[in-house]
Write a protein that binds this ligand. Sequence first.
Ligand SMILES: Cc1cc2nc3c(=O)[nH]c(=O)nc-3n(C[C@H](O)[C@H](O)[C@H](O)COP(=O)(O)O)c2cc1C
Length: 282
Amino acid sequence: MNELTAKKDPLSGAAAMFARYRRDDAPKPPQWNETLDLILRHRSYRAFLRQKLPEGALETIVAAAQSASTSSNLQVWSVVAVEDQERKNRLAELAGGQQHVRDCALFLVWLSALARLDRLAERQGREAKALSYLELFLTGVADAALAAQNAVTALESLGLGCCYIGAMRNHPEAVAKELNLPPHVFAVFGMVVGVPDPAVATDVKPRLGQGAVLHREQYQWGEAQLDAIETLDAKFKDFQREQGLPEQGWIRQVLSRVRGPEAMSGRDRLKEALAALGVGLK
Ligand SMILES: Cc1cc2nc3c(=O)[nH]c(=O)nc-3n(C[C@H](O)[C@H](O)[C@H](O)COP(=O)(O)O)c2cc1C
C-alpha cells in the first residue's frame, strides 16, 4: 500500500454489497477480495487536491486501459492526456462550464480512433471501406469505453479518483479542433482525474436492484423491474439528502434527462457533428 491507498480499509463483502444496493436482498459473494472491494466501492470524484499525479501514474493507467479486450484486436481507440491549465479551461467551457474539468490534475479524452487504420490502409495501398460503416463507429466507441473503464479501476487502485465527462460531446467539432483530431476520430467522453479532496464527502451511489438488470434466459419486464425502480427511487432520495442535494429521487432525475432534445445539452445534433468530423455512419 502507498500513501494514497493506505487510508482505505477494505469493506466486508456484505457491507460493500449493501452500500451498492441499500437492499437486504443484495447479492452474497462466494468470496471477497481486493479487486471486488475496489470495484464495488467506486464513486465519481469531482473535487481534487491541487496535487500532480505521481510519476508513472499516467502510463500505468494507459497500460491498464490497453489491457482491456478490443474488438478483433483492432485497437481503434486513443486517449489525449491534457494537463495544460489553459487547455483544461477551454475544454471546461466546452463541457458546459464544469469546474472539475478546470480543477483536475489530468483530463483524459477518450477517442474512437478509426483514423489509424485509415492511414495504415493508405500507406499499404489497401482499401478500408468498412471504416465508414456504423458498425466500425460502434466498435471504436465500445473499445474506448472498455479501455476507459479499465483505466478507472487502475487509477482507483492507486488512490486516485475520477469522473467521466460525457459533456465532451456537447460541441464535438470544437473539441476536435482543440485537440487537433484528424478526420475519423471522435471524442467519446472525457475523464477528470486527480487526488480526491478528503474534505469533500462522497459516497457509493446506490444502483437498481438486480431484478431490473439481471434477466435469466430471457428478458423480462415485470414486477421485479418495478420493485427495483421504486426501491431505488426511495434509496436515492436518502442518498441525495445525505449528500446535501435536493431530494429529487431517481425517477424524476432520469426522466427529466430523457424528456427531449432540449435536455441533451446540444447532443441532439450529434449525427450532424459526426458527419462534419468525417465519421461515417453507413
Ligand atoms: C459516459 C459517462 C458520462 C458522464 N458525464 C458526466 C459529466 O459530464 N459530468 C459529471 O459530473 N458526471 C458525469 N458522469 C458521471 C455520472 O453522473 C456518474 O457515474 C453516475 O451518476 C453514477 O455515479 P457514481 O459514478 O458516483 O457511481 C458521466 C458518467 C459516464 C459513465
